[in-house]
Ligand binder design. Structure first.
Ligand SMILES: Nc1ncnc2c1ncn2[C@@H]1O[C@H](COP(=O)(O)OP(=O)(O)OP(=O)(O)O)[C@@H](O)[C@H]1O
Length: 301
């Protein structure tokens, strides 16, 4: 089983450390969502995985080997980093043919990847006339040409319509089901919630979270409490909870489960008008987690 192992990866551009001592593993058989606000260093990390940028420190291996040591890289790792990279005048088939020939891959793979990405009917058309969704598919077809065990996609759904987003999502899942290691970046948690099994979250180049999707939400729950008893907030605090005022004179409690809060209320004979655990959306959890690392710098971007 081929995995991507990233250890102590660091990239500096002049005085800026854009990837900072990053370590995580992309496991086979699942989709790993690579999340972070704009400018967090996702693209730079992906470029280092496929040898397009040299690490300042640390290393990346694919199946235990560095990218530069892979005899035919396209057969080990496929990447979609910039879907705009196809020449407008190139026909889809010819684009894939050039890649196949230059990498010594069999020509039959071209028809196979065209079929798999639903592009057979437009194989003879020039990429210049392609919609963004079709360009993405062509980029994915190119990434699949060598039938690699590892796939990397940088913001693949950016700018796509709902149907295009759904297609990509299903496609990523089917690649993972085949046992491939799939790394997909996004700055939107909502996209990843339905696609990824595992999440790696970074902010300002640093690892913030490396966790399963389910665990990511679980840790963040609060409980909404309504009571006519003005003293109950103090009792909650005394019991170790953190309490803040919510909308319409409710209390938002963290650090205690709804069951514990219910028991505390019963013990003190306090009437509760409402006691409801709040399911934190992934998006909220993500915002909370990354709020200190969002880069507000505007210059040069
Ligand atoms: N070649 C370069 N030279 C100098 N700085 C760079 C270079 N490439 C990227 N950067 C800087 O590194 C930081 C991280 O950029 P990167 O593109 O990796 O982030 P990202 O998380 O992919 O964000 P986005 O989603 O906006 O692309 C940014 O501040 C960017 O300006």
């Amino acid at each position: 089983m081929t995995r991507i192992e990233i250890r102590g990866l660091t990239k500096r551009y002049g005085p800026d450390t854009v990837v900072d001592d990053l370590s995580f593993t992309v496991e086979p058989g699942q989709v790993t969502g690579f999340l972070g606000p704009n400018g967090a260093g996702k693209t730079t990390t992906m470029k280092m995985i496929v040898g397009l940028a040299a690490p300042t420190r640390g290393q990346v291996t694919i199946g235990g080997r560095r990218y530069g040591d892979l005899p035919v890289p396209l057969t080990e790792v496929g990447a979609l980093l910039d879907a705009g990279a196809v020449h407008d005048s190139r026909k889809a088939y010819d684009h894939l043919l050039a890649l196949a020939v230059s990498n010594g891959l069999p020509r039959r793979r071209i028809d196979e990847v065209l079929a798999r990405t639903g592009l057979t009917g437009v194989a003879g058309k020039r990429a210049g006339g392609f919609s963004l969704g079709m360009r993405q598919r062509l980029g994915i077809a190119a990434a699949l040409l060598g039938d690699p065990r590892v796939l990397i996609f940088d913001e693949p759904v950016n700018g796509l319509d709902p149907e295009g987003i759904r297609w990509i999502r299903d496609f990523m899942r089917s690649l993972a089901r085949e046992g491939r290691a799939v790394l997909v970046s996004s700055h939107l948690m909502s996209e990843m919630a339905q696609t990824a099994d595992h999440l790696v979250v970074i902010g300002r180049g640093k690892l913030i979270a490396d966790t399963g999707v389910a665990e990511f939400v679980r840790g963040e729950g609060t409980v909404l409490v309504r009571t006519p008893d003005p003293e109950f907030a103090l009792r909650l605090t005394a019991a170790g909870a953190t309490v803040r005022e919510g909308a319409e004179s409710s209390l938002v409690v963290s650090g205690m489960t709804s069951e514990e809060i219910g028991k505390l209320a019963a013990y003190h004979g306090v009437a509760l008008g409402e006691l409801s655990p709040q399911r934190v959306s992934l998006e909220d959890a993500f915002m909370e987690l990354t709020k200190d690392s969002v880069d507000y710098q505007g210059a040069g971007r």
